[in-house]
Design a protein around this ligand. Structure first.
Ligand code: NDP
Ligand code: 8X3
Length: 252
């Protein structure tokens, strides 16, 4: 029987690329996202390769997450790999200049959403045990501060510590946990962050070579398929053209 991947945020970017990568390997896949049209289009695309179950889901809604996971069809209940990928950055300006609602959306999606989905899937992951995976998509922003990252970066720092703490709780179950922390990657991420302003989004990637969604998908596939006795705690993955800047100094 094929293994089953459960991936959130599959309607775009890393999530869609990862669904395609695992489908090519013959995994059964539960794809989640809020945009129904995209979800069904991806299910149609991959359905000729492998069993696919599209799940329209807002990860912020704990009750909806619990219900959706409890009602998975029988062929999709035994999850082998959970990828907590759904997430977003908003309000790319100083904390003092942004809307509180945008900060709440990031917290509710990047933190609460990950907790909701993980809590609901832990019983099935633990039941299967050895070789199963929780791969949480963090970010370099969770480790390295920069202006305008405020709650977004802090939400990704949560992902790192949550992943490490989960490993402690899951020791002995065989369930593996990884914080996969990419640097800049070209997806719809920057369009969302810049409220649909494509020119502002494109300028993030102008004149450089960012990571691609397929690069991330390849890394996720690598981690998920490692021998059962290996746990990758954290991977920080950046383009060659990305490094750190100096401390900022305020001068009169
Ligand atoms: P995209 O904007 O391309 O994809 C984000 C995905 O998250 C979409 O499928 C979206 O689907 C889904 N999503 C957002 N909010 C919700 C929600 N409330 N419920 C369910 N799904 C939701 O961005 P990326 O692929 O780049 O981002 C994927 C992850 O990678 C995010 O966690 C992001 O923070 C992280 N990341 C991105 C980097 C980058 O530079 N691109 C670098 C490091 C980390 P829908 O709108 O249909 O619900
Ligand atoms: C997204 C990468 O560099 O925009 O997590 O913070 S970055």
């Amino acid at each position: 029987m094929s293994k089953t991947l459960f991936i959130t945020g599959a309607t775009s970017g890393f999530g869609a690329a990862t669904a395609r990568r695992f489908a090519a390997d013959g995994w059964s896949i539960v794809i989640c996202g809020r945009r129904e049209e995209r979800l069904y289009a991806l299910a149609d695309e991959l359905g000729c390769l492998t069993p696919v179950h599209p799940l329209k889901l807002d990860v912020q809604d704990a009750e909806a997450v619990t219900q959706a996971i409890a009602s998975l069809p029988s062929g999709f209940r035994r999850i082998h790999t959970l990828v907590n990928n759904a997430g977003l950055a908003l309000a790319p300006a100083a904390m003092q200049d942004v809307q509180l609602a945008d900060l709440h959306t990031m917290i509710n999606t990047n933190i609460t959403g990950v907790v909701n989905v993980t809590h609901a899937l832990l019983p099935t992951l633990i039941e299967t045990g050895a070789g199963t995976n929780i791969i949480n998509i963090g970010s370099t922003a969770g480790e390295w501060p920069y202006p305008g990252s405020h709650v977004y970066g802090a939400s990704k720092a949560f992902i790192k510590q949550f992943s490490y703490n989960l490993r402690c709780d899951l020791l002995g179950t065989g369930v593996r946990v990884t914080d996969l922390a990419p640097g800049i990657a070209e997806t719809e991420f920057s369009v969302v962050r810049n409220s649909g302003n494509k020119a502002a989004a494109n300028s993030v990637y102008e004149g450089t070579v960012p990571l691609s969604a397929e690069d991330i998908a390849e890394q996720i596939a690598h981690i998920a398929n490692l021998p059962d006795h290996i746990n990758i705690n954290r991977v920080e993955m950046v383009p060659v053209r990305q490094a750190w800047g100096p401390y900022a100094i305020h001068r009169e």
